[in-house]
Design a protein around this ligand. Sequence first.
Ligand SMILES: [Zn+2]
Length: 204
Amino acid sequence: MYRSGSEYGVQGPAGTLEKSVALGLAQLIADQPKKNYKVILTRSDDYWIDIPGRTAVANHLKADLFISIHTGGSFLHQAKGITIFYYKELSGHALETGSNSSKPGDAANHQALWDNIQDGHIASSKVLAQVMQNNINNQLKFSKSKIQNADLMVLKGADMPAILIEVGYLTNPGDEKKLQSPEVLSNFAKAICNGIEKFFQIQN
Ligand SMILES: [Zn+2]
């Protein structure tokens, strides 16, 4: 979703572009009727926003959660399915320790603070991933989604519960066909919105 403009991300064998699938799904999510929250898109058209810029929008707006939407791509056409990621630092640094001893006002330490801003949200991001998985698996006739954690830059700087959803592999002809279907995308949007609703119920 966040590859855009000249950066179109993954492209399927039938020519489907990641940036179009992701933006289309994001707009469907934004258009869904909602009871107690609103959706702000970090990108609402075909232009490029760099990765730090996306979480900066969410942090600036003090959003309650952050969802990044992508499609997967692989040289192995068999690779397929939905993956929900939450953040985990690669170095295996004990994230939960929060051992960031930086002094206020020190730029380098301020950057370090930002770099680790997701540390304090990992537990709730994991819950968000699990709630989203349940909803997607219950509502979508798509292959069962799985959860993984990874050192994803787009999640690292999010000062709120944050996940990245890879909504299928565009390089897999079966997934590409599904992601070309307005009905599948509409059901996906509903499942994601229900997942958000459930997460807020759990949080409150
Ligand atoms: Zn992507």
